[in-house]
Design a protein around this ligand. Structure first.
Ligand code: 26W
Length: 818
């Protein structure tokens, strides 16, 4: 017998009917009457109403993939920086405006409740946000995909600024519950740690297989969140694992009087999904981090294998039906885990298992910074995951055999290819492991991929020359244009029609309007509105008044020496000095915005935050500046704040030391929203320049090659500083305590770093940067030209859609239709 289920009842275009449905949801799901409902209750009730429609598509998408026997993509990532979901879901399913009206009928302001939704900060920065954009694009282009990660109870810390210093506070995004997630208690897998490996022998004492007997056990419980693609037709799943004890209380221990020890499993389970490591480029290094990596990799693989076996019976067809993608090396332990599951549980021999593994996995590298390349001490892996250590040795033997057979390497080359670093304490190189276990290894911009081939993976690239490929990053235009910039979206729609919403490359159609004075005026008016919105927010949060007609210059991203917020603030100090010494010149009003978090243990990054705030205090209060320069550090930068700041920016700061930013994705978001970029030839800036045209971007500074040459020898930062009066003045002001009268020595070490070594080429690029900034000033004065260039940027950014990136992954790496 089949039942016809009631579908969500009403006409989605009718606000009155929707309002009635919201009231019903409030009553029967939340158990409240409108008279006592809080704003949180309305948020919950509204989400539930739209969620019902999403579930319909979710179930049909899942069914369809199953019935067609479609190949699925599994995206393994320790980070998904998804932010708020309400606007995204409502907008993608086409109900944002009717829901706005329906709520208005009930005297509820959708923008007010939207602001109450917690910003799900399950990531550090670029890598996590990329995973979120990819999930949305996979749903949009209709690829059946699951994201797998950890449901951290505490995501990225909340940043407060106290007396100019960063203070870290816990982020508790689940405090009011989470209407988007579905707990799947029945979808739980055991994950083990520790113990020993036993051999199982068969007839005649022949070794048949190994069995790992872990001593510690936890359960991984699935929480599913639907991911809605554009137009809502395809819905995928983000499955996040939460740790649960197998036995909440170990009764034998409890009864023996060991009441604390009885909670050991419970505590470990809790710790596994407790907190996101907030270091985005320093090795986390802690044992718990490795445990998190194994916890989610193992649970995800067990889930994938169970689904595959129940549908196809055996695992030989796994590579034809599953593409498993590793977002950086964080899930690299999945390589030996799949080998273990194949060999020890499903009794596949090593060669066949290795073949299946390599054909199933692919790996993306997101950074070349040596301090961010993961490696784990052999003794640690041996203790936590003894069977995996054996398998890593076996894989290594295989790889080194191939390397020797190729006759391409001397002993040094072989040592560099080895999965085990033998210099000093022996460590497993997770990048080499991920590389060896994958059929595809990709970088995230053209330059980054070239550098991967030439540096970290030079030897592995020689051994496997077809494995490395490039996939330049992208961003979803739904969140990063349509939702965050309704003004510009409306203007573009009125001008060239709505087709660009389904094919973002059609934005090209507004290119010719750059020559149309009336259009430029309207474009400028939209930008101004967005700037007014940001100015109000700044006033509300910080009590700082900024003038929306000033140039809004924005650098928002993680705080890192290589991203060079220091270059930016030093240049601001130099400008301040000039405004004071030449008051008669017609200086251009400019507001410099900064935002970003420093890893709690990253001393210099925290000093840079304090310096920005110290400089802001002096500059913003100096009457001699007459408001011509303002400096604003926006606390707690996150996805939601980006959605307000990016549409309001005139100038986008993308000024990393060339060769160090793998791609950047903020750079793409700004240009798409009509900011001009000031940037180095680094990461995807190179490709942005190619697309928008050299005349429509401010490129300055050393190239990656030049940086490498300088570092190799002969670079004398002291001489460079002495040759630049502006720079010398600014550096000595900072270092002598002009901005830190309460502690004149505060910046001595930070500034000495520039004099002594200048690894990040702050001095090396200063003059070029300052000169480029004066070009910015000149163009800003010629505002029709500025606006024309900004329009060209918007028009030519379609290629940077993550839909394009995802289609390339689908075609070149995953072998799935898109
Ligand atoms: C082991 C600790 C750790 C954690 C995170 C090391 C490294 C990371 C990431 C690789 C940091 C990251 O987010 N990388 C950024 O990835 C973006 C998406 O590809 C790029 O656009 C950025 O340039 C890159 O810095």
């Amino acid at each position: 017998m089949t039942f016809e289920l009631p579908k969500p009842p009403v006409d989605d275009a009718d606000p009155k009917a929707l309002a009635a449905e919201i009231l019903r949801s409030l009553r029967y799901r939340i158990g409240k009457d409108a008279s006592v409902a809080t704003q949180y209750d309305w948020l919950d009730a509204a989400i539930q109403v739209v969620r019902d429609r999403i579930i319909e598509h979710w179930i049909s998408s899942t069914k369809q993939a199953y019935e067609e026997g479609a190949k699925r993509v599994y995206y393994l990532s320790l980070e998904f920086l998804i932010g708020r979901l309400m606007r995204d879901a409502f907008s993608n399913i086409g109900m944002l405006e009717t829901m706005r009206k329906a709520l208005a009928e009930l005297k509820v302001d959708i923008d007010v409740i939207a602001a109450l939704e917690p910003d799900a900060a399950l990531g550090n920065g670029g890598l996590g946000r990329l995973a979120a954009c990819f999930m949305e694009s996979m749903a949009t282009v209709g690829i059946p995909a699951h994201g797998y990660g950890i449901r951290y109870a505490n995501g990225m810390f909340r940043q407060e600024i106290s007396d100019g210093w960063q203070v870290e506070l816990p982020e508790t995004w689940l405090d009011h519950g989470n209407p988007w997630e579905f707990e799947r208690r029945e979808r739980a897998f055991g994950v083990g740690f520790g113990g020993s490996v036993e051999s199982v022998t068969g007839e005649g004492g022949r070794l048949e297989r190994h069995v790992w007997k872990p001593t510690d056990h936890v359960l991984a419980v699935a929480y599913d969140t639907p991911v809605v693609g554009w137009r809502g037709t395809h819905v995928n799943t983000l499955r996040l694992w939460s740790g649960m004890p197998v036995d909440p209380i170990l009764l034998d221990r409890f009864n023996a009087g060991d009441h604390i020890g009885a909670l050991a499993e419970s505590n470990m389970a809790d710790a596994l999904s407790r907190v996101l490591y907030p270091a985005d480029s320093h090795k986390a290094g802690q044992e718990l981090r490795l445990k998190q990596e194994y916890f989610f990799s193992s649970a995800s693989l067990q889930d994938i294998l169970q689904r595959h076996i129940s549908q196809y019976g055996d695992l030989s067809s796994l590579p034809d039906k599953a593409a498993i993608h590793m977002n950086d090396t964080h899930p690299a332990i999945a390589v030996p885990e799949l080998m273990r599951l194949l060999m020890d549980v499903h009794v596949v021999d090593f060669d066949a298992a290795w073949d299946i593994t390599k054909r199933t996995f692919a790996y993306t590298n997101h950074t070349l910074l040596p301090e961010a390349l993961e490696s784990w001490p052999v003794p640690l892996i041996d203790r936590l995951l003894p069977r995996h250590m054996q398998i890593i040795y076996a894989i290594n033997a295989e790889v080194l055999l191939e390397a020797r057979a190729s006759h391409k390497f001397d002993d040094e080359g072989i040592r560099r290819i080895s999965l085990i670093n033998e210099d000093g304490e022996r460590r497993v190189r997770m990048g080499n492991l991920a590389f060896a276990g994958s059929h595809s290894v990709n970088g995230v911009s053209g330059l980054h991929t070239d550098l991967m081939k030439a540096t970290v993976f030079a030897d592995l690239h020689r051994l496997y020359p077809d494995r490395i490929n490039n996939k330049t990053n992208g961003i979803t235009p739904r969140r990063w244009l349509i939702q965050c910039n309704p003004g510009l979206t409306g203007l573009v729609g009125k001008t060239i029609g709505e087709a660009f919403k389904d094919d973002i490359t059609r934005l090209e159609d507004i290119d010719r309007f750059a020559a149309d004075a009336a259009f430029r005026e309207k474009f400028a008016a939209v930008k101004r509105q967005n700037k007014v919105r940001l100015a109000n927010l700044v006033n509300e949060r910080l009590g700082i008044k900024v003038d929306p007609s000033a140039l809004f210059d924005v650098q928002i991203k993680r705080i890192h020496e290589y991203k060079r917020q220091l270059l930016n603030i030093v240049e601001a100090v130099a400008l301040y000095d000039q405004i004071r010494s030449r008051p008669e010149k017609d200086w251009l009003p400019r507001v410099k915005f900064f935002g970003g978090k420093a890893a709690p243990s990253y001393h210099n990054a925290k000093m840079i935050i304090k310096l920005i705030n110290d400089v802001a205090k002096v500059v913003n209060r100096d009457p001699a500046v007459r408001g011509l320069l303002k400096i604003v550090f926006m606390p707690n930068y996150n996805v939601s704040l980006a959605e307000v700041m990016i549409p309001a920016a005139d100038l986008s700061e993308q000024i990393s030391t060339a060769g160090m930013e793998a791609s950047g994705t903020g750079n793409m978001k700004f240009a798409l929203n009509g900011a001009l970029t000031i940037g180095t030839l680094d990461g995807a800036n190179v490709e942005i320049k190619d697309h928008v045209g050299a005349a429509n971007i401010f490129i300055f500074g050393l190239t990656a090659d030049e940086v490498a040459k300088r570092r190799a020898g002969g670079y004398d930062p002291r001489a460079v500083i002495e040759a630049s009066p502006e720079l010398s003045q600014a550096l000595s002001a900072i270092s002598s305590g002009v901005f830190s009268p309460d502690d004149p020595e505060r910046y001595r070490d930070l500034i000495n770093g520039i004099y002594d070594n200048d690894w990040f080429m702050v001095a090396g690029d200063f003059d070029a940067y300052a000169k480029a900034q004066r070009k910015v000033d000149a163009l800003w004065r010629a505002s029709p030209e500025w606006n024309a260039k900004a329009i060209h940027n918007v028009a030519r950014m379609g290629w940077f859609s993550s839909d394009r990136t995802i289609r390339e992954y689908a075609r070149d790496i995953w072998n799935v239709p898109a």
